[in-house]
Design a protein around this ligand. Structure first.
Ligand SMILES: Cc1cc2nc3c(=O)[nH]c(=O)nc-3n(C[C@H](O)[C@H](O)[C@H](O)COP(=O)(O)OP(=O)(O)OC[C@H]3O[C@@H](n4cnc5c(N)ncnc54)[C@H](O)[C@@H]3O)c2cc1C
Length: 411
């Protein structure tokens, strides 16, 4: 773990951006959107999930300045597109977290693993108008804040002897249960007994944010709700960040390194984001001199596509997907809920693929398509896991199975 005040991520990101911009060999294409990775499939060679030597030759990338898709060839490609939280209506993740890289690799027939293990942060600020949801850090519970229902009654001790300080998955499930039993949209976090000095010194951002929506946390309980926060699964990689597709590496939240198992501990995304990026870089440097560019890759084919003039077809499907995922594939799952989600998603999938094939490409349709692929993977992996383990909790299979499963093999 590394920490810099309460802005660790920002600090790391800013330093990396400065270093990358100063490097003479690095060209940054801002706001470009990777659409597909290029493999032998694009050379007209049939590729299936059983093909042993699927090879990545680069990526097709949407250029927002020309509104065209350009072909970027590479010897080594690194997938690091972040999380998937946006497939859920309520998430702490930035809006870019649409699972693009995972969806691209899955479509290219690469191995994707552990998608059923989605971590929900128990306490995001309940403010339905705002997306992403603002995170109320665990540190506030560490400082003594207590989860309560709308009558001000503490409820966590019913679920776990550690009360409000139980692990994330237990707290998130307990809140989900309270909300379902009482039919309410949120619960409360009570920090009113913590001294003002401690609040102002240690939680100035939370204080200011809550005040901006009319909640003075030194006097009022904070309305909170669980929100999708981290994907433990993703593109299956080895200990060097290398995926099942030759010359394709992955790191960060979109990679499945196995480090988080079925239930990630807080504060350790740097393992996947920094340690694995470094290891992948070492391996790529060692490897890339022996790799040739593939020169006969065709340009992106736009034949027969027209401008989609009805954005509602995309925006409505996106909302539907988020509602389905929240209601049926959230913190607590069951066979019936998963099957229902699967059936609904199939309709969205067919409609979106149809629209995608006909439309001139825009980022919104690409992201929707990726989000539907991610929803499908989460549901499918959840259906294949006949047990409750870590972040995957099923009403139909309580408890662990003895042997660990590989959901990838079941696909
Ligand atoms: C509110 C919040 C608090 C957190 N707090 C902590 C913490 O305290 N400690 C901790 O360890 N972790 C924390 N995490 C988790 C951690 O921040 C993330 O896991 C981590 O930032 C992910 O890094 P990444 O590089 O994989 O992805 P990101 O930082 O999300 O970067 C992905 C990049 O890929 C780009 N991209 C996406 N799709 C495409 C595409 N198709 N084409 C081109 N580019 C694309 C995006 O624009 C973005 O620049 C927190 C997360 C959240 C949301």
């Amino acid at each position: 773990m590394l920490h810099h005040k309460d802005i660790t991520g920002l600090e790391i990101e800013e330093k990396l951006i400065i270093a990358a911009k100063q490097h003479p060999n690095i060209e940054i294409l801002e706001n470009h959107l990777a659409i597909e990775i290029i493999t032998q499939h694009h050379l007209g060679i049939e590729v299936s999930r059983r093909t042993p030597d699927i090879t990545c030759y680069g990526a097709y990338v949407y250029n927002p300045n020309t509104n065209k898709v350009q072909t970027i060839l590479s010897r080594i490609t690194m997938m690091c597109t972040g999380g998937i939280g946006t497939v859920y209506g309520n998430t702490t993740n930035p809006t870019i977290a649409t699972g693009d890289g995972i969806a691209m690799v899955y479509r290219a027939k690469g191995a994707v693993n552990g998608m059923e293990f989605v971590q929900f942060h128990p306490t995001s600020l309940y403010n339905p108008k705002e997306s992403p949801s603002f995170l109320i850090t665990e540190a506030l519970r560490g400082a003594g804040a207590i989860l309560k229902d709308e009558n001000g009654v503490e409820f966590m001790s019913k679920y776990d002897k550690r009360g409000s300080l139980a692990p994330r998955d237990i707290v998130a499930r307990a809140i989900d249960n309270e909300m379902k039993q009482k039919g309410c949209d949120h619960v409360y976090l009570d920090a009113t007994h913590i001294s003002k000095t401690e609040i102002f010194n240690h939680f100035p951002n939370i204080y200011a944010k809550c005040l901006s929506i009319g909640v003075d946390i030194t006097k009022d309980m904070i309305p909170v709700v669980p929100a999708a926060h981290y994907s433990c699964g993703g593109i299956k990689v080895d200990e060097w960040g290398e995926s099942s597709i030759i010359n394709l590496f992955s790191s960060g939240e979109c990679a499945s390194t196995g480090l988080h198992g079925a239930n990630r501990l807080a504060s350790n995304s740097l393992l996947e984001a920094l340690v694995f990026s470094h290891r992948a870089c070492l391996k790529a440097v060692e490897r890339f001199k022996d790799i040739d560019f593939c020169d006969d890759v065709p340009e992106w084919n736009t034949e027969g596509t027209v401008l989609n003039e009805e954005m509602v077809l995309i925006t409505q499907s996106r909302k539907e997907l988020q509602t389905i995922m929240c209601n049926y594939v959230g913190i607590v799952r069951s066979n019936v809920r998963l099957q229902r989600a699967f059936d609904r998603l199939e309709i969205l999938y067919r409609e979106t693929e149809d629209l995608y094939k006909k439309s001139i490409l825009i980022p919104e349709i690409c992201e929707l398509r990726n989000m539907i692929n991610i929803g499908y993977l989460i549901i499918k992996h959840a259906m294949n896991r006949h047990e409750s383990r870590g972040l995957h909790y099923s009403l139909d299979y309580q408890g662990h199975r003895d042997e660990s499963q590989s959901t990838h093999d079941l696909l």
